[in-house]
Design a binder for this molecule. Structure first.
Ligand SMILES: Cc1cc2nc3c(=O)[nH]c(=O)nc-3n(C[C@H](O)[C@H](O)[C@H](O)COP(=O)(O)OP(=O)(O)OC[C@H]3O[C@@H](n4cnc5c(N)ncnc54)[C@H](O)[C@@H]3O)c2cc1C
Length: 293
């Protein structure tokens, strides 16, 4: 298929892009890595009047650590995050999640901002930002605002970003001491979107008792699903196989995923329990092994 006709605009600055969106936001789509948008155009599932290419704008990419947070510019390529030493040091969960996104060719072009703005509930990045209680920075000609993940992801392919707003940055807290993390998923073929994925963090004290746990799931709802109550069951106990089993059961009981062509609802619930167990075991092991800073 060929895309429908559109006017192609390539602003050279953020201000220019925001000006275009202020005028034409409702009829425009912004182009980042194109890995999701171009197929949507070619299938004519979206028909923008204007395509606003962000690739000529300097300064929308980059990775830095500031005030205890890892900040990643929206146009940072997924592959750059995957190979960043800074990300590996401060947010190893991201480093582990990245190679599970499609194939390397896709990650060479695909951006952090594109994946988060696309808001596919099967995607890895929204779950990582959600489990870490991260923030999304939105900018328009009207100004800037910062949303928590739970305020940003509203539903299937739907975010709180207004038509005139650009996602300019994602921020996650740097990893606290004695914290381990894991991203575990199951897909039928390498490179496919996962049927279910789990992002988990476990923090332990000096005695090895769990003082914090967070779990987010992909593929079981319209947004990344944070299993707050189930994760809370690990806090105050020594992480053991029995404890992971218990939390896995709680996660499985707490979700009501829809069945589809790829997996029934029951199968997704089962997978969520099994993968939670595995992710927690791996995260807890890392928390003990790597008492950071
Ligand atoms: C074969 C294949 C397999 C894939 N497998 C996976 C997978 O396993 N996991 C996964 O997560 N993804 C997967 N993807 C999708 C891929 O990760 C995309 O890179 C990502 O979803 C979109 O990023 P992008 O930069 O290409 O954005 P684009 O495709 O350019 O844009 C996507 C959407 O976001 C909007 N947008 C982009 N940037 C911004 C911004 N800064 N502010 C506001 N809106 C913006 C666009 O207007 C568009 O609506 C796969 C893609 C392919 C083709």
């Amino acid at each position: 298929m060929k895309p429908p006709r559109f006017d192609y605009l390539a602003p050279r600055s953020l201000d220019e892009a925001l000006g275009i969106l202020a005028e034409h936001g409702d009829e425009a789509k912004v182009l980042a890595g194109g890995q999701s948008l171009v197929p949507l155009l070619n299938f004519r599932l979206v028909r923008p009047t204007y395509l606003v290419d962000l690739n000529e704008i300097a300064g929308l990419d980059g990775i830095r650590v500031e005030n205890g947070r890892l900040a990643i510019g929206a146009m940072t390529r997924q592959r750059a995050v995957e190979t960043s030493a800074l990300v590996r040091e401060h947010c190893p969960l991201l480093t582990e999640a990245m190679p599970q996104i499609g194939h390397v060719q896709i990650r060479n072009r695909g951006t952090i901002g594109g994946s988060l703005a696309h808001a596919d509930p099967a995607s890895e990045l929204p779950a990582v930002v959600a489990v870490l209680d991260g923030e999304l920075v939105l900018q328009s000609a009207r100004g800037r605002r910062v949303l928590k993940a739970k305020q940003f992801f509203l539903g299937y392919l739907t975010t709180a970003a207004a038509p005139d707003e650009l996602l300019v940055e994602a921020r996650v807290p740097t990893m606290p001491p004695r914290t381990g993390s894991a991203f575990v998923e199951f897909s039928r073929r390498h490179g496919d979107f996962a049927i279910v994925g789990i992002a988990a963090t476990v923090t332990v004290d000096e005695a090895g008792v769990c003082t914090g746990c967070a779990i987010a799931l992909t593929g079981v709802g319209g947004t990344p699903v944070v299993a707050r109550e189930a994760a809370g069951a690990l806090v105050g106990v020594t992480p053991t196989a029995d404890a992971f089993e218990d939390v896995g059961r709680r996660v499985s009981d707490a979700i009501e995923p829809e069945g589809d062509l790829h997996a029934s609802s029951d199968y997704r619930k089962h997978l969520a329990g099994v993968l939670t167990r595995r992710a927690l075991a791996r995260a807890a092991e890392r928390a003990v092994e790597e008492p950071r800073r």
